[in-house]
Design a protein around this ligand. Structure first.
Ligand code: AMP
Length: 249
């Protein structure tokens, strides 16, 4: 079984992001970039399926600038067999990314596509769902457990009320939630081996996809700074402040 894993290059989760002075976006100059954490979980799940003998090939795919090769090399070091970069320097909407991923799905015909549930930079949580709609594949989002059984895959989903288990007919799309697995670190020998694994670069035109902008960012603002807390000496003082200052009781 072939598995396609979508990997996004994002600002590292440890970075405190700064908004550009003109409010046009986040300042990415000299900022550490990494693989989106939910995509790391997606790669890990694919690698585990390969280790179990369920998957035969793992292809990592990213849509982004030339520099996204770094994250694809990380996916290769973690266990992907080959990688595809759909190169675009534009700030693409989720719909454009889903259309480009659909182009790769049509070309590669994977049985399973694993994506993160959301990218931590834009928090969109929509690419997997859009890809499922465009490709007509079954979808299981927010997965905390994935079990392939013949032509089906059972996905346990994290939903508000608890856990929901669904049975999908392959080919299917799964998006990963935090508890699905704990991703491994790439070992130095595997990082070295990854340099020699195949990485194909495509342009959106090669996939016959036009990536016209359909969403315009009007403004990006940093959240309002929180005012400092205070210490109260007695419970009476606390109750008084809650009643008369915060007016919450
Ligand atoms: P989002 O819908 O933007 O929150 O992203 C959800 C998931 O879609 C990510 O975790 C990735 O697996 C995938 N994805 C989003 N953008 C890209 C991209 N530019 N390249 C590859 N995969 C992406």
């Amino acid at each position: 079984m072939k598995i396609l894993v979508a990997v996004k290059r994002v600002v590292d989760y440890n970075v405190k992001v700064r908004v550009k002075a003109d409010g046009s976006g986040v300042d990415l100059a000299n900022v550490k970039m990494s693989m989106n954490p939910f995509c790391e979980i997606a790669v890990e799940e694919a690698v585990r399926l390969k280790e179990k003998g369920v998957a035969t090939e793992i292809i990592a795919v990213s849509v982004g600038p030339t520099a996204a090769q770094e994250q694809l090399r990380t996916a290769l070091a973690l266990g992907a067999d080959r990688a595809v970069l759909v190169e675009s320097a534009d700030d693409l909407s989720s719909l454009s990314i889903a259309k480009l991923l659909k182009g790769v799905v049509d070309k590669e015909e994977p049985q399973l596509v694993i994506l993160g549930k959301q990218a931590i930079d834009s928090d969109n949580n929509q690419t997997g769902q859009m890809l499922a709609a465009l490709s007509g594949y079954a979808q299981g989002t927010f997965a905390s457990e994935v079990a392939v059984d013949g032509d089906n895959v059972k996905v346990t989903r994290e939903i508000d009320g608890g856990l929901q288990t669904i049975d999908l007919k392959l080919p299917a799309i799964v998006t990963t939630d935090l508890r699905l697995n704990e991703p491994r670190y790439a070992s130095l020998p595997n990082i070295m081996k990854a340099k020699k694994k195949p990485l194909e670069t495509l342009k959106p035109e090669d996939l016959g996809v036009s990536v016209k902008a359909c969403v315009k960012t009007l403004k990006v603002e940093a959240p309002a700074a929180r005012s400092a807390g205070i210490k109260v000496k007695t419970v009476d003082e606390l109750v008084d402040k809650l009643k008369n200052e915060a007016k919450v009781i």
